[in-house]
Write a protein that binds this ligand. Structure first.
Ligand code: SF4
Ligand code: SF4
Length: 441
């Protein structure tokens, strides 16, 4: 090398270019038709915050032209993973698969830079507390006490560092008992039996949103299904998958396959769109595992979101009482974009007598929840929530219905912060109310 030649730029981190499926990246023809559908592009107007820009960065990494550094990590973690771009793409680019591969690389990059303490904390949180439905239970009595003694109203959380105060304010009001404690392992069918189904209770839902899971079990039982809720089930794996911990997601998928196979159920149901989407991904997640590939394929074929399952069994069984309510519906990204389930939730809402259904403008636009996004990207998430709240104000419903745990928490926080007197419910809670559900909690 002569002195006139530039020094090579030191590579800060060497990734594995083969970690990406190049065909997926190559399929992008850079037409830009996805751009108007991308919420992060709408927020910043930057090409690197658009699907096309992100795919080009991934391709550069895959071709060995770009090393993974902070810039690449930021643009990938800034992505919501909402998959609106995948729905809009005329070339059928599987953006979700590419993002998953990128996040795995980003996690390897970030892991190498984290302190030992930070790594141990994340391992404890994702690998223990949020590993399964029972991880949060030891904390539940303290949280209930905090909420019910009025301590929460003192707004003590404002003294917490960073964004923790906002996280605390987002916490839903806990019911008296978790799903597992309230219902046990079997909920018998309440009308003539037509099947035996399994219910996934998730990492957060069992403790933080038990009202949702309990309503799901009651509505299924009311419609002739025996509901099995295995105690040894674990989180669907969406959370570790979302933050690039793919091997942990595989481990959780294997455990759920074992548990629900042993339960002898015909289908496995989740009432959280992010979880039902993840259950259907087990086939791809374990495709290279010879011991589990076929079992994962069979499991994925049995996985259902509760909205598609119930809509497939319309009309709902007798007993629905009229609800004189104006209701609108916000579509979870992991239902409408990841699973292409859009008509079924509306069919279910319309099946309730007395309900006046109104469409919500931009119902398919992400609310800013997006897994852990509202915890890691607070200002962007708040901006997306504000956009959503403006549409909700204009629709002026009595009840806003959704079908995902994260959206439920985000939208309920939006109502509290905006001072709007609009109730947020999961679709099954609305149906349960029409059946005169016992409102356990
Ligand atoms: S992802 Fe699809 S819509 Fe977006 S630029 Fe590429 S080909 Fe076009
Ligand atoms: S997943 Fe959502 S946020 Fe990410 S690039 Fe696609 S549309 Fe944009």
């Amino acid at each position: 090398m002569t002195s006139a030649q530039a020094e090579p730029v030191p590579i800060r981190f060497v990734t594995d270019p083969a970690a990406f499926n190049y065909d997926v990246l190559f399929n992008c023809m850079r037409c830009g038709l996805c751009l108007p559908h991308c919420p992060t592009f709408a927020l910043t107007g930057l090409e690197t915050h658009s699907p096309r820009g992100r795919l080009q960065l991934m391709r550069a990494v895959s071709e060995g032209r770009l090393a993974i550094g902070e810039g690449f990590a930021d643009t990938m973690t800034m992505c919501l993973g909402c998959l609106a771009c995948q729905s809009a793409c005329p070339a059928g680019v599987q953006y979700g698969q590419a993002l998953e591969e990128a996040r795995e690389q980003v996690e390897a990059y970030q892991k190498a830079r984290r302190s030992g303490l930070a790594e141990r904390f994340i391992n404890w949180l994702v690998g223990r507390v949020l590993y399964g439905p029972h991880g949060l239970e030891p904390f539940a009595p303290f949280l209930r006490l905090y909420q019910r003694t009025g301590l929460q109203r003192l707004n003590l959380a404002r003294i917490l560092p960073g964004h923790m105060g906002r996280w605390e304010r987002m916490m839903p009001r806990l019911t008296r008992r978790s799903i597992h404690r309230e219902l046990g392992e079997i909920v018998p069918a309440a009308t003539p039996v037509r099947g035996r189904v399994g219910l996934l209770t998730g990492c957060l839902e069992n403790t933080l949103l038990a009202n949702m899971g309990q309503a799901t079990a009651r509505v299924l039982a009311r419609n002739g299904f025996e509901v099995v809720i295995p105690k040894k089930q674990v989180c669907c794996g969406a959370l570790p998958n979302h933050i690039g911990r793919t091997e942990q997601a595989r481990e959780q998928a294997r455990q759920n396959i074992e548990v629900f196979e042993a339960a002898g159920v015909e289908v496995v149901i989740s009432d959280a769109a992010g979880c039902s989407a993840q259950l259907k991904e087990y086939e791809h997640l374990l495709a290279d595992d010879p011991a589990y590939a076929e079992r994962a394929r069979q499991f994925a074929a049995k996985a259902r979101d509760v909205t598609e399952f119930l809509a497939g069994h319309l009309p709902l069984r007798d007993g629905l009482q009229p609800l004189r309510l104006r209701v609108t519906y916000d579509e979870p990204c992991h239902l409408v974009h990841a699973q292409k389930i859009s008509a079924q939730p509306r069919q279910l809402i319309r099946a309730i007598p007395g309900v006046e259904f109104v469409e919500l403008p931009e119902a398919t636009w992400c609310c800013g929840s997006a897994g852990t996004y509202n915890l890691t990207h607070v200002s962007e998430s708040a901006a997306l929530l504000e956009r959503k709240m403006n549409h909700i104000r204009r629709a002026a419903p009595d009840v806003l219905v959704t079908a995902n745990t994260g959206c439920y928490i985000q939208l309920a926080a939006g109502m509290r912060e905006s001072g709007l007197d609009i109730e947020v419910l999961h679709i099954v809670e609305l149906i349960d109310r029409a059946y005169g559900g016992n409102g356990a909690g």
